[in-house]
Write a protein that binds this ligand. Structure first.
Ligand code: DQA
Length: 139
């Protein structure tokens, strides 16, 4: 399968950022493990701290790839524009979160993306991304 992982704002700091919540592994290290677990799939990765760049990426690949795994970070809770982009494209999108957002502050309980995504996975640490890939593969 041809899959894309999209990480939003502040997720470039994984490994350094609040390790008690997000763990101490960098996303690059995790991605290498993931790539070796799925040698037959093509998994590409895009990270941006910029809402418009995330939208542009969704437009660019969202009519071609077999699935998209997105952790939009805090844009999850604010971005109608990313939700509209997900609605506009054809590829199935899974929303993921490293932390269990429902156990955290109330402002993290609202997601503008969930209603337009194929499914949501939250709270399994970095394994949330692998679980999302499994979900796309078994779809
Ligand atoms: C997050 C949860 C969001 O509330 C937060 O803004 C993030 C990371 C997660 O993966 O747990 O940046 O999406």
């Amino acid at each position: 399968m041809n899959l894309l992982i999209v990480n939003g704002p502040n997720l470039n700091l994984l490994g350094k950022r609040e390790p008690s919540i997000y763990g101490s592994k960098t996303f690059e290290d995790y991605l290498n493990e993931l790539l070796s677990e799925y040698p037959e799939d093509s998994i590409s990765y895009f990270q941006s701290n910029n809402e418009g760049e995330i939208i542009n990426k969704l437009h660019e690949v969202g009519f071609d790839v077999d699935g998209i795994v997105i952790n939009a970070g805090a844009y999850t809770h604010t971005s109608i524009a990313i939700a509209d982009a997900i609605s506009a494209i054809k590829s199935p999108v899974i929303e993921v979160h490293i932390s269990n957002v429902h156990k955290r502050e109330e402002f993290r309980h609202k997601s503008y993306l969930s209603a337009v995504c194929f499914g949501v996975i939250a709270g399994f640490g970095l394994d949330s991304y692998r679980l999302a890939i499994e979900a796309l593969k078994s779809k």
